[in-house]
Design a protein around this ligand. Sequence first.
Ligand SMILES: Cc1cc2nc3c(=O)[nH]c(=O)nc-3n(C[C@H](O)[C@H](O)[C@H](O)COP(=O)(O)OP(=O)(O)OC[C@H]3O[C@@H](n4cnc5c(N)ncnc54)[C@H](O)[C@@H]3O)c2cc1C
Length: 468
Amino acid sequence: MLLLIFLFGLRLLLNATFSRAAPPSSQDRCRCLFGDACWPSTDDFASLQKQLSQPLLHPLPPASPCYPISHPSGDCDEVHQQWTNASWRAHQPGAMQGENFETFVFSNGTTSACFMDTSLGVPCTQGSVPVIGVDARDDVDLQAAVRFAASHNLRLVVKGTGHDLSGRSTARGSFIIWTHNMKNITFHDTFTPQGAPQSDAHDHAITLGSGVQWQEAYEAVTAKNRVLVGGLSAGGTVGAAGGWVLGGGHSVLSPSFGLGVDNALQFTMISSNGTRYVANAYQYANLFFALRGGGGGTYGVVTSVTYQTHPNLPLIAAAFATSTNSTTPNAPLETLFSDLIHLTPELSDAGWSGFFSLAPDPTTGALGLSGFFVMLNGTLDRANEDLGRFFSTAQSLANASDNALTVQTSFITPVDSFFIWYQNFFPQTSSAGSNGAIGSWLLPRDVIEQDPDRVVKTLLPLTILSIS
Ligand SMILES: Cc1cc2nc3c(=O)[nH]c(=O)nc-3n(C[C@H](O)[C@H](O)[C@H](O)COP(=O)(O)OP(=O)(O)OC[C@H]3O[C@@H](n4cnc5c(N)ncnc54)[C@H](O)[C@@H]3O)c2cc1C
């Protein structure tokens, strides 16, 4: 068992000074950026256009409809309404899930950005949003795009949804390959990887184009009464065949069926010279190995991934939420957090997965501990034994705490399938569009088993973290 810990940091960019900065320069950089003398000419782009199925993209920052301030170019009300909507952002080539990644901060502290808040009086500039690129729909589009980028030495970014937690799917002065519209989904009653013997045929596999997002993938497998190891986010907006699987692919179903990479049977990929590879355990096996965890964009542009699906089993769902009257960890919260950390190896052995978070209330700043858990094909008796005890502890601590700790909710319930759980129990509130930076650590099981109190003492003061 490994625990994945996410730490969230809020970074306010508004204190920086603003500038209508000059276009980026590639002096001292190895790639050709927009504004440099080496940037391709209009004729170069016209000849690229002839090879593409779609018009060239000219991505804009998501707040651009609000500008110029005197005569907004688009529907600024919509921008305000949708700003935190993860789907709205994922559908735009110029938007990231985290607003800060759209902003560029120069080494002297000045900023190029396009703020939703027009009252700042700052003109909208391109920031770190790519200036031009390809709305890829097939291999031919991708091959033309990568060859063009390579021949002009452009800074290339590949983007499906903009969920990258370090902002790597956007870059100032870059050329973008947007895979978002590569939405093909093919179900295979039987799938044999290319080059494999017939004896390695897999029943019930699914091939997803690299623009497919988890909501779409879950709907497709549910229609076949199957389940797919996949990620969680409000609205199912994370890419199902992009950065998620290339980085490993964590899922609440992983204790039963492995990580995303354990379920990948085959990748198709376009390399930087435009060569198309079909990689699996039988051909280009090294590339297959590398793609399963080597990171987004490291080896080429993935065009599709074929996954093993699994039987659609019922599960037990559990969740709890507590709040405190304090902005720093108080005694009952510390006891409860410690209890949960001590319990984690046992929960893992019993087949539970899920997330728990320590976070301040967005309005009051008071800390709270909350979590949700899933046990595939589990029993209510077992669930009550494992988690019922913890929920009772929470209630007892709250009862004795004189309002220092409050239990807002706690429940354990059977659910017919993963998709029903995902739609009804997983929080669907959008949390996109803010300034944030997230760090994560893999915590080996023995660290928790050997010194759980030290884990508690280390993590608790951080006051904003999520453990999965
Ligand atoms: C709200 C939220 C929820 C999340 N939930 C989970 C979760 O449950 N489990 C989990 O494991 N992770 C989760 N993540 C992390 C997420 O899996 C990674 O950020 C992942 O890289 C996102 O991939 P993407 O393709 O959706 O995003 P993008 O931002 O489009 O791409 C991410 C990276 O992959 C590259 N890339 C994208 N498409 C391709 C392609 N076709 N070929 C080559 N490179 C490509 C990009 O260049 C970039 O480097 C979550 C992140 C967020 C913001």
